[in-house]
Design a binder for this molecule. Structure first.
Ligand SMILES: Cc1cc2nc3c(=O)[nH]c(=O)nc-3n(C[C@H](O)[C@H](O)[C@H](O)COP(=O)(O)OP(=O)(O)OC[C@H]3O[C@@H](n4cnc5c(N)ncnc54)[C@H](O)[C@@H]3O)c2cc1C
Length: 420
């Protein structure tokens, strides 16, 4: 009988957080078994291009993959694709897969990401109703936009607006419907919501805002558009539903881990079980700097939380405490947002630079401090904006709004921490 003392670190979810964790385990010196389990068909890839360059046929398929296929075996990472984990037995330190396998672990990372929220309206199951999360969704959407004359999009959030831009680029007439009065208003507020509404109108998108959907209409099993609650019809050959996502917490919940808007973890990304970690979209992590838990559905959180979880699986004491960051590209408007504004916070938005020129930085202020900054078509400033936000400094408004003043000169020497 062979007795193996090799340790096994298991990662469920072969997305960005799972893959960066696997990589960091190896670069961090772990020489045991790393098993990366994912239920998708393809090797791990990046999702942002699925609503941008790749959806618009501006980049090659090869470019979206996180590593070349051979990299996983070269690193001694056992990548098991099309393998769905169905249960975690925390007492036995084992997971079960849909194929009936049981795999033991010493440490386990949950990086199961999230899934699009589904509409539960009449017509929601018709052919031609499209969601966007996976590579195959993107490829189906690309084909649908090529074939369609008219596209209806439900939801004026990031994914809805980026797909609207892609459908316009494919030559489709596009209508975006949202119950909110402005695009992105919950995330960015009224002023930026108006800027995004104007951007899309300028590019020929029809926005039906403050509008509720009663039904996805169909004929012969295929979607033909939307019927709004006020009876109006939006005719379409394809309907995109982009109404947010929900974290994939089912496994963690069934295993009895603490759940609250995602898998609850501390700043070390440890769950309520010291041998189980969570990272990426699924993790609701404690941010010491902010003094609160946040579940961020951002690429940068998945990218950077994976390695922090890996360090802690290796017995270190690393904390994830970054200033939240995300980006979006729509038409000729590229932006990066750094910071955090609590929902319902009575904030004020000010602009450094002229909005009309398309190059400016919007700042969200609270009590004279910068809570967040969004640079639009101005690059290489996110480090300075993040540092300014983190400094918690009360800033001189005239200097903040003067593009001639270096952002780094606005907070020197002040490190009071963020808004309460
Ligand atoms: C179209 C699109 C565009 C985006 N654009 C941006 C952007 O511009 N900027 C930005 O900041 N963020 C963007 N995001 C968000 C960003 O991509 C996510 O935050 C990031 O992918 C999260 O990574 P993750 O590893 O946590 O989860 P995921 O990428 O969702 O990976 C989780 C993986 O786990 C698998 N899985 C789940 N359950 C199981 C199970 N039981 N067994 C096995 N495998 C399982 C899933 O199938 C998936 O492959 C975008 C997302 C999408 C979908």
């Amino acid at each position: 009988m062979t007795v193996t003392t090799e340790r096994t670190f298991l990662i469920v979810g072969a997305g960005l957080a799972g893959t960066t964790a696997a990589e960091a385990l190896r670069t961090g010196g772990f020489d045991g078994r790393i098993v990366l389990l994912g239920d998708e068909k393809t090797h791990p890839y990046d999702r942002p291009p699925l609503s941008k360059d790749y959806l618009q046929d501006k980049s090659e398929r090869d470019k979206i993959f996180l590593h070349p296929d051979a990299w996983y075996s070269e690193q001694g990472i056992e990548l098991l694709l099309e393998t769905r984990v169905t249960a975690i037995d925390r007492d036995a330190h084992e997971v079960s897969t849909a194929g009936g396998e049981r795999i033991g672990y010493d440490k386990l990372l949950l990086a199961t990401g999230s899934s699009p929220r589904r509409l539960s309206l009449p017509g929601a199951d018709l052919a031609g109703v499209l969601y966007l999360r996976r590579l195959e969704d993107c490829e189906a959407m690309k084909a649908a936009f090529e074939a369609a004359d008219r596209v209806a999009i439900v939801g004026a959030g990031w994914i809805g607006l980026e797909t609207a831009a892609a459908a316009r680029a494919a030559g489709c007439a596009v209508t975006v419907v949202d119950v909110a009065e402005l695009p992105l208003v919950k995330v960015l507020g009224t002023q930026l919501g108006e800027i995004y509404a104007a951007l899309h109108r300028r590019h020929g998108v029809e926005l039906r805002l403050g509008a509720k959907i009663a039904e996805i209409t169909g004929k012969d099993g295929a979607a033909t558009g939307l019927r709004l609650a006020d009876g109006r019809l939006v005719e379409a050959d394809a309907v995109v539903v982009a109404v947010g996502i929900t974290p994939n917490t089912q496994l963690a919940e069934a295993a009895g881990l603490a759940i609250d808007n995602g898998v609850l973890v501390d700043e070390h990304l440890v769950t309520s079980d010291p041998d189980v970690f969570a990272a990426g979209d699924v993790a609701n992590a404690h941010y010491p700097w902010l003094g609160t838990h946040l579940r961020l559905e951002h690429w940068s959180a998945a990218l950077n939380q994976g390695p922090v979880a890996a360090a802690n699986m290796l017995g270190q004491s690393a904390a994830y405490d970054e200033v939240p960051y995300f980006f979006s590209d729509q038409y000729d408007m590229g932006m990066e947002y750094s910071g955090y504004v609590a929902p319902g916070h009575d904030d004020e938005v000010v602009f450094r630079g002229e909005v009309e020129t398309g190059e400016y930085v919007a700042f969200w202020l609270g009590d004279g401090r910068v809570l967040a900054g969004m640079n639009v078509n101005i690059w290489d400033v996110t480090g300075s904006i993040a540092a300014l936000v983190r400094s918690g400094a009360v800033v001189d408004r005239a200097r903040l709004l003067d593009p001639a003043v270096d952002l780094d000169d606005l907070y020197a020497g002040t490190t009071e921490g963020p808004q309460s």
